[in-house]
Design a protein around this ligand. Sequence first.
Ligand code: FMN
Length: 352
Amino acid sequence: MAVASLDLVVPVIAAPMAGGPSTPALVAAVAEAGGMGFLAAGYRDADQVAAQIRAVRGLTARPFGVNVFVPGDPALGPAALGPAALGPAALDRYAARLEPVAARLGVKPGQPRWDDDDYRAKLALLTADPVPVVSFTFGAPAGQDVARLRQAGSLVMITVTSVSEAAAAVDAGADALCVQGAEAGAHQGSFRDDPAGRPGAAATPLLPLLHQIRATAAVPLVAAGGLMSGADIATVLAAGAGAAVLGTAFLCCPEAGTSDTHRRALLSGDYTGTGFTRAFTGRTARGLVNAFVREHGEYAPAGYPWVHHLTRPIRAAAAEQGDADALHLWAGEGWRRIRQLPAADLVATLAP
Ligand SMILES: Cc1cc2nc3c(=O)[nH]c(=O)nc-3n(C[C@H](O)[C@H](O)[C@H](O)COP(=O)(O)O)c2cc1C
């Protein structure tokens, strides 16, 4: 499928947002408004993704996408991650550090473990029952998997955060790249989160990154990171992007599945900024700087998904109990400009 066949009336893509915010209702509302939305397959099993795909199809006939996390190498776990990770003992120490916050919320830290996020089953689902766009984050899938998805009729997009990742994604057969800048909310989609570097040390702001990748990669690009308005979108279109990808801007739409705790924090005026941290998942991500980030960020081992599973019960309880101090409050740099609008109205205001 060619990018042009996506038939975007408005060059706005609602980013995949795993952990709840992306819902079939949000995806369908953005699609019906002339943009395109992504379901987030991350943290769900293939059956749950299949159910969400059915739900979108029941709401709209317009194109939509599904985003899949590429699993890392289990051999690159905390035992092998080098000085910044300090091996499995670092996980034990981090778990011990989190005991008090877990106890305050009435839970225990989770069991740190590796998993592949049901990757093969998701690929099998998407190959057997294709959707218009499949995007990948945290790596480039194997070329043969990309070929199978394209053969099935899907457009394949890969998130990249550097020129070298863009080259690898094109080599793997990507039809298009999602260029994600340092301003972006939640995880950097980098293929590797170098444990030797501070969180975000390698992240490049969107516009320079877009210019660099445009000069080297001969496939269509979409741009993500800190975009909140029609004027922001016009800037990335002028820099060569075919469409703009917005996550944070959609977090407070009524159709989003964002937790009330997260929404309230975003709108509260209580926070002074966002920052990169590995505190919640062991992988670099941008969120509002809260007590959890301040107290634990510098002690978090660079081990995803081990740390993700370790903190999961804490984060679930924090969301449930309205405790924004212990929750991952993912947000991009543009968070102060979030608007509480139905998704269709937001898309209308975003037309550049
Ligand atoms: C709450 C949240 C969850 C996210 N989850 C995913 C995800 O599952 N997959 C992915 O590729 N990107 C994810 N992202 C990143 C977005 O795809 C996108 O790069 C980012 O939202 C763009 O920056 P912005 O938030 O400033 O608009 C997430 C972003 C947010 C805010």
